[in-house]
Design a protein around this ligand. Sequence first.
Ligand code: HEC
Length: 135
Amino acid sequence: MYPKRLLAWAALCFAVFPGTAQADPRADYLLHCAGCHLPNGKGAPPDVPSLVGTLGLIVASPEGRAYVLRVPGASQAPLDDESLANVMNWVLRTFNEKTLPKDFRPLEAAEATDARRRVLADPVSYRKRLWPDYD
Ligand code: HEC
């Protein structure tokens, strides 16, 4: 009787916490990004930009793919390169579904590695210079 109950308990634990042992970009977003950008990604413009909609347009270019990983909040997050790429892919798919290019290739760990060597000192003016027409 007793061992069976233990097995049932173990099974329940796996059912309730399936992601504990593996990468979970949504959990990473909530832990490392949502404090500023809010759980729904809308942030608090103009101080904290919204991550909804426009990013899908920005990542259409190579500069844009790098930009989203070079902003200090992202590049300096305490996540490894693969988790950072995955959390950004999650943000893009979850909040920018409508604007994401049809042929979008998910960001890769190597792009995060590269972006972290080139953290943007002044992301706001860089963004205004490259994408003057975006909100
Ligand atoms: C401490 C607050 C804070 C945290 C935490 C934070 N950010 Fe940000 N984020 C900002 C601010 C402020 C900006 C505007 C640029 C700047 O001043 O750095 C920004 C800009 C961005 C941008 C560019 C948006 C645009 O439209 O130009 C992206 C993408 C982004 N953050 C993603 C993330 C991700 C992903 C995380 C979590 C890994 C994260 N940020 C964590 C505050 C934060």
